[in-house]
Design a protein. Structure first.
Length: 189
């Protein structure tokens, strides 16, 4: 068990909110701008299958400021997410929803992580409360968004950022990748 903090006994996880880049697919410095830029991280689809097979709802919540910058259109983003959804289907995974923030850091919106807006929206859309929700992300902004929304969080080292330092509410720790996370979260203790 790689985690420093354990979930409560008899805990039942109902919703996992997945950050996208660095969790499901490979980060690109220029950003993933079209569906041909999409490269699955090893084990990501198996991990999604594992979680989904354990009756955990899955949502994606991703910052996509390239839309606000005008270098990617909403249609291109929809095509990327269409590919993602299509390629999860053979793994028997259905996402409840895919949420994105199109804004720039300076827009001061409430949805761009580390703000909690996307996480709140994910919980609202799935009808699951913060106690039964866990966010998995590769950056400090993901962990901070989860903390601000009051849900659990887990860091994966398959992306861009290192693990957050210092104690944080409901932060479980850092693991190698999504497949490790899924195995830990679905292991019966
Ligand atoms: Mg990320
Ligand atoms: Zn936003």
């Amino acid at each position: 068990m790689e985690l420093g903090v354990r979930l409560p006994r008899h805990y039942r996880l109902e919703l996992v909110v997945l950050d996208r880049d660095g969790v499901l697919n490979r980060n690109l410095d220029r950003g993933v701008r079209q569906s041909s830029d999409w490269v699955w991280l090893p084990g990501a689809r198996a991990a999604a299958n594992c979680l989904f097979a354990h009756d955990i709802r899955l949502m994606v919540a991703t910052n996509q400021a390239n839309i606000g910058r005008g270098i990617m259109t909403t249609e291109q983003l929809a095509a990327i997410h269409g590919r993602m959804v299509d390629e999860l289907r053979p793994a028997h995974v259905r996402l409840t929803d895919v949420l994105h923030c199109p804004h720039l850091p300076d827009d001061r919106c409430f949805c761009r992580k580390p703000e909690p807006g996307l996480v709140h929206a994910a919980m609202r859309a799935s009808g699951v409360d913060a106690e039964r929700t866990l966010l998995i992300g590769d950056q400090m902004s993901d962990i901070a968004a989860a903390g601000a929304a009051g849900c659990w969080s887990l860091h994966v080292r398959s992306g861009r950022g290192g693990p957050p330092t210092g104690p944080r509410p409901r932060y479980l720790g850092s693991v190698a990748n999504l497949l490790t996370a899924a195995r830990i979260l679905t292991a019966t203790s």
